[in-house]
Design a protein around this ligand. Structure first.
Ligand SMILES: [Zn+2]
Length: 364
């Protein structure tokens, strides 16, 4: 889940930065010899002095003007070809979805009614197995379909429509990317999804509609085959992230020339470690309400921060590129469709929606 600072939901933090080690290497790390420690300090100091040396010509920045305006100008003049987006809760706040941590309005603050020993327990697997009710009440509140995607979601969809999006990595579990029409194969939903559900005992797959029916009739979702508890495929603290999170970045980031980091303060690992995959030639643009420490380095050659609202930033980008009308038309077309679908799902609920779920195994 998207809010534990030190320990993310996975047991494999920063795996990509640490290739598998041989036993001998591990032994060396347990008991390094004094000379190897000195050697390592010497190497680090040499590296540091070489970076600080006033005589050294600073390496050129990825673009000549490392500001948001400079970035817009560069995009207009030269374009970008392979874009990756990394996003967090900040891209969904304008849709009305509470951020997890904002004091007063954050999700964790609103969990008091569930009387949890600690708010994050709602996403702890052990706690869930003992008492699944708080999670299911929350799931009902957050269930996809109640919220409309934001201009930022549609901007990312537009990047995909233009053939520029390599991959969208999201920490969000609100499904707004899917609703905005970003294809499933273009996404890595690092913290899981409500679109599929599995029995925790016998692993039978259940459809979104099956779960929705249970949630909205306040029925505890129990497996039709074995009576085990059925859980949406949201990644809890005790669980691993999806395989795609580990398998895809290496290839995805190879030729990526622009990395957007939107609506996240990069505090949650291992998700935040994805920024480290970007090649030195890749421009990294952070769009967030708060400044993020690692994007303010004095020797920065390829990082730009836009401190503010994600939607404001994407409208500025769209304007600079002459995409405003296109983005507006896409939003109008899609939100029109979305509103219609919502109405439809109220009036002719099950059949019209079941047809979209043909891939899911229907347990009945
Ligand atoms: Zn089962």
């Amino acid at each position: 889940m998207s809010n534990k600072d030190e320990a993310g939901p996975s047991k494999k933090p920063n795996e990509q930065n640490h290739p598998p080690r041989s036993d001998s290497t591990e032994r060396e790390e347990v008991a390094p010899s004094p000379s190897s420690v000195l050697e390592s300090i010497r190497a680090n100091l040499t590296h540091l002095f070489s970076r600080l040396s006033v005589h050294q010509e600073p390496p050129a920045g990825v673009i000549p003007n490392l500001t948001f305006d400079g970035f817009l100008q560069h995009w207009k003049d030269h374009g970008f070809k392979k874009i990756i987006t990394l996003v967090g809760a900040g891209i969904s706040t304008s849709a009305g979805i509470p951020d997890f941590r904002t004091p007063g309005t954050g999700l964790y603050d609103n969990l008091k009614k569930y009387d949890l020993p600690h708010p994050t327990d709602i996403f702890e697997l052990d706690y869930f197995l003992d008492n699944p009710k708080p999670f299911f009440s929350l799931a009902k509140e957050l269930y996809p379909g109640h919220f409309t995607p934001t201009p930022t979601h549609y901007f990312i969809r537009l990047l995909n429509d233009k053939g520029l999006l390599v991959r969208h990595y999201t920490q969000n579990i609100d499904s707004l990317e899917r609703i905005a029409g970003i294809p499933e194969e273009k996404m890595v939903e690092a913290h899981g999804t409500f679109h599929t559900n599995h029995c925790l005992e016998c692993t039978t797959l259940y459809s979104k509609e099956w779960m929705k029916d249970k949630l909205f009739t306040d029925t505890l979702p129990l497996c039709d085959h074995c009576g085990g508890i059925v859980k949406p495929d949201i990644v809890f603290f005790g669980e691993n992230m999806p395989e795609s999170f580990y398998n895809m970045p290496t290839e995805d980031f190879k030729d990526c020339d622009l990395l957007f980091i939107m609506g996240t303060s990069l505090e949650v690992y291992p998700f935040a470690s994805l920024v480290g995959y970007a090649e030195p030639s890749c421009l990294r643009v952070l769009i967030n309400r708060n400044v993020v420490g690692k994007f303010t380095s004095p020797v920065n050659k390829r990082d730009i921060s836009y401190v503010g609202d994600c939607d404001d930033a994407v409208w500025k980008i769209a304007e600079a590129l002459g995409w405003t009308a296109e983005l507006q038309a896409l939003i109008k077309k899609e939100t029109g469709q979305f509103e219609k679908q919502k109405t439809k799902s109220v009036s002719l609920k099950p059949d019209s929606e079941k047809s979209k779920q043909t891939k899911d195994k229907n347990p009945k």
